[in-house]
Design a protein around this ligand. Structure first.
Ligand code: C2E
Ligand code: SIN
Ligand code: SIN
Ligand code: FE
Ligand code: FE
Length: 414
């Protein structure tokens, strides 16, 4: 009878359910990843990517492609590709970000000559993929600030052949993206807050850059993802855990805010007393998160407290009966599975990053030496299973390292 009406309300119901799920997501990266995925489902798009505005340029941030990547891990090497374009009319994503208007292109290899933009075949060239149709929408906040652009690629018909995106699809995706902006804005606020907290501790710890924090948290989610695959963890749980793990990991060293500059900035090695003092950054961090009101804060508390524990029990701070006591002493370390998985992952990611990069107190180590150390510490400092995962995804780890490499030293920075 009212088949048509039902169809429409079914569609809105699906969109509402998708939006409800989106609003659960805390981390900006997971959120955008999810928006891309759901938009592809809505339009039957074989592939897609997201470009985010960073320092007035569009940075290639995510890619999903059902044809090329049957396997998530392979995909991640491309996810972290370091590829930037200008926000201007010359490229497709640049045009959409600049104008803030969506765009449908039926065949990127036959774009109207009058159009100011042209197709950049970069990805088709580095892969065997053939891009044909595209739907590109801006990602805008409520205030109209453009955060990036989303490209949906090759809408497939029943026979699996790429066909043009319909205007209907454009309407649906634009609407979906518009409602999703609320979640994006919230994720931005949380991210901003996290960065501000990190900045406060960074002022004291000059080498603790935003890049370090991005790298360590991204290594962590990739290590977790592979670990979870091996343990057949449910997909929804993996997505949720990755989401909160990234934010929680960013804050792993927030407790350094309580450590005197004279120790943190010391170029030479630390004496025993100084090193004992630094160990308290784990407890100071745990004090900050003791009244955790959300899952990500609970995980942050787990990580700040336990990221210097070692698998063989020789780490710190150990089991502290009362983190608020007047007189706390560092106890015998926790061991093996007593250490939460999140903290075991961060321990490995943090040490790898500390060794392969420069610190105020040390030069970068050669890659061979770092990798030898990581192997050698399997079962000692690190959970052996996680070391195995680390080597299995080393291609991705490397891509992440390049994506957030240390900026060239700026002589203006003191
Ligand atoms: P961090 O710089 O983030 O280092 C994290 C962890 O990486 C260290 O935890 C340690 O397990 C590993 N690591 C870093 N550099 C080396 C190294 O040269 N050799 C080896 N074998 N492992 C290394 P750890 O030792 O508990 O230190 C915690 C934090 O204390 C460090 O965080 C850093 O902020 C500070 N720290 C440690 N040693 C020194 C030092 O000699 N001078 C200064 N200024 N700070 C230090
Ligand atoms: C995400 O943050 O979940 C998307 C990127 C990734 O899979 O690493
Ligand atoms: C860190 O790696 O977490 C801190 C860097 C530093 O202490 O130099
Ligand atoms: Fe630490
Ligand atoms: Fe660290």
């Amino acid at each position: 009878m009212k088949a048509k009406g039902e169809k429409v309300s079914d569609k809105s119901k699906i969109i509402l359910e998708k939006l409800a799920r989106l609003h659960q997501i805390k981390d900006l990266h997971s959120l955008l990843d999810n928006i891309l995925y759901e938009s592809r489902v809505l339009t039957n798009a074989d592939a897609g990517s997201i470009f985010l505005v960073e320092n007035n340029r569009l940075k290639f941030s995510y890619i999903q492609n059902d044809t090329i990547f049957k396997n998530d891990i392979l995909c991640n090497k491309y996810i972290y590709a370091n590829h930037e374009i200008e926000v201007d009319e010359k490229s497709i994503a640049g045009y959409v970000a600049k104008t803030g208007e969506p765009l449908i292109i039926d065949d990127v290899y036959h774009i109207d000559k009058r159009a100011p933009y042209s197709f950049n075949a970069y990805f088709d060239e580095i892969s065997t993929y053939r891009t044909k149709s595209m739907l590109v929408v801006p990602l805008k906040t409520m205030k109209g600030e453009v955060l990036g652009a989303m490209e949906l690629i090759n809408s497939l018909n029943k026979a699996g052949k790429p066909i043009p995106f319909s205007l209907d699809y454009q309407l649906v995706v634009v609407q979906f993206a518009n409602y999703a902006t609320l979640a994006i804005e919230r994720a931005f606020i949380l991210r901003d807050m996290v960065f501000k907290m990190i900045k406060l501790s960074e002022m004291r710890d000059p080498e603790e850059t935003q890049e370090h924090v991005e790298r360590v948290s991204t290594y962590a989610i990739e290590i977790y993802q592979k670990w979870a695959e091996m343990h057949n963890v449910d997909k929804a749980e993996v997505a949720y855990y990755k989401d909160i793990l990234r934010i929680a990991t960013m804050l792993h060293d927030i407790g350094k805010i309580g450590i005197p500059d004279t120790i943190l900035k010391k170029k030479a090695g630390l004496n025993e007393r100084e090193y004992e003092t630094i160990k308290f950054h784990t407890i100071y961090g745990a004090q900050l998160f003791q009244n955790a009101k959300s899952d990500w804060e609970s995980m942050a508390s787990e990580i700040v407290m336990n990221h210097h524990e070692k698998w063989d029990g020789t780490g710190y701070p150990g089991k502290i009966p009362d983190i608020n006591a007047e007189d706390i002493s560092i106890e015998e370390g926790k061991k093996g599975a007593e250490i939460p998985l999140s903290a075991r992952i961060v321990a490995l990611a943090d040490v790898y990053d500390a060794l392969i990069n420069q610190r105020v107190y040390k030069s970068p180590w050669e890659e061979d030496k770092v990798l030898y150390f990581m192997k050698e510490q399997s079962g000692k400092h690190f959970d052996p299973e996680l070391v195995a995962v680390f080597f299995e995804i080393y291609g991705t780890i490397n891509a992440i390292r390049n994506r957030w490499h240390k900026p060239v030293p700026n002589p203006d920075r003191e």
